[in-house]
Every structure is written in structure tokens, then in C-alpha cells.
Design a protein around this ligand. Structure first.
Ligand code: F6R
Ligand code: MN
Length: 187
């Protein structure tokens, strides 16, 4: 029997561009993020059509055992003094985990367990983030260029945004990031 050689899908590590397979793309604008940023007045003054992030993923099969692969591109910016971020979610199937890989830019991955305990991981090119099940996750762009991160997750995981409608337990602002940076320097 003949063995066929397949050209697999491709990711450009430098900027997260996906190619060589059918893609799905969704962009989230400031106007879609009602109630996400703390400073509601500042959010209302913003242009609702301004794109905050886009997710590009391979149009791959779903079902038990299948994996989705996608890249989030999160623009730089702030609403008030709070950095641009993704909406953030638990997985609908809580036990399902995910892995994020930093590709370009600098930022943070905010992780929160079901008891509300938070943890921040620094995202940068080459960083690997193993997100265990039962852990909500949100990307935050603290840089002045695009933050791009590759993600791989079980197709059955789903998204639960509603459980975090009241917000995550930690917000990252220009001000408190400076304080965190000082704490790191002081050991
Ligand atoms: C999939 C996943 C990412 C996010 C993306 C956008 O489980 O974690 O692909 O979906 O970063 O963030 P949300 O979905 O929170 O708007
Ligand atoms: Mn996820």
C-alpha cells in the first residue's frame, strides 16, 4: 500500500499567522465588551468599533478526543487605566484543560480557580502555560505591540463566560502593574 505524505497546517512562530488549512476568524470589538472593564465611563467614551482581539483557528473536527488549535491576537491599549484583555472564561466542561504558548509581545495570563484564587503568569515569546481544568483564564496585553498566543484545547471544552460576569478577582492596571514590577525587583 502507498504511504501518502501530507503537508500539515502551519503556524509562523514569529507572529502567529496560521496557514495551509481552512481557518475560522472572529474579532471582538470594544462595543462587545460591556461590563468587562472596571471604568464604565471610560469604556462608554471609547469607539465601540475598535477591535480589541481576534482569534484565528484551524477549522478542525469537533467531538470527543478532538483538539482545537488557535491563535489569539490581542491589541495594545487601555480602557481608563486597565489594559486591553480578553473576556476570559472557564470551560463549560470544567475538568478540561488547555495549553497556551506565547508567540509575540509581552503580557500576562490571569488564572483563577473556582475558589477565586488568582495567579498571574508572564507571557512572552516561548512561554508555556499549562492551564489545568477548573481554571478560568484571560490574556492581558501590558505592552505597546500586539500580544499573540497559540492555544490548544479539547473541542468538547466549550466556554462558560457567564460564571465570570461579575469579573475576575484581579484587575491589571498601569498603576498596579508598576507596583507588581517593584515587588518583583525587591524580591
Ligand atoms: C479557548 C481559549 C482561547 C480564547 C481566546 C479568546 O478555550 O481559551 O482561544 O477563547 O483567547 O478569549 P475569550 O474566549 O475569553 O474571549
Ligand atoms: Mn479556554
Amino acid at each position: 500500500m502507498k504511504t501518502l505524505l501530507h503537508l500539515p497546517p502551519h503556524v509562523a512562530w514569529a507572529n502567529g499567522a496560521l496557514s495551509r488549512a481552512p481557518l475560522i476568524r472572529k474579532t471582538t470589538h470594544l462595543g462587545d465588551l460591556a461590563g468587562v472593564f472596571a471604568d464604565t465611563d471610560a469604556w462608554q467614551r471609547c469607539d465601540p468599533s475598535q477591535p480589541v482581539y481576534s482569534v484565528e483557528m484551524f477549522d478542525s473536527p469537533s467531538g470527543d478526543g478532538e483538539l482545537y488549535t488557535g491563535v489569539t491576537h490581542l491589541n495594545p491599549g487601555c480602557v481608563g487605566d486597565e489594559y486591553f484583555m480578553t473576556r476570559g472564561h472557564f470551560h463549560a466542561r470544567r475538568e478540561q484543560g488547555e495549553v497556551y504558548f506565547g508567540l509575540q509581545g509581552e503580557g500576562l495570563l490571569l488564572l483563577q480557580n473556582e475558589q477565586g484564587k488568582v495567579r498571574l503568569e508572564q507571557v512572552h515569546p516561548g512561554s508555556v502555560h499549562i492551564i489545568a481544568g477548573f481554571t478560568a483564564h484571560r490574556l492581558i496585553n501590558t505592552d505597546s505591540q500586539i500580544l499573540s498566543a497559540l492555544a490548544v484545547w479539547p473541542s468538547v471544552a466549550g466556554h462558560d463566560y457567564a460564571s465570570l460576569a461579575g469579573g475576575f478577582a484581579k484587575r491589571v492596571t498601569v498603576q498596579n502593574l508598576k507596583l507588581m514590577a517593584k515587588e518583583v525587583q525587591n524580591g
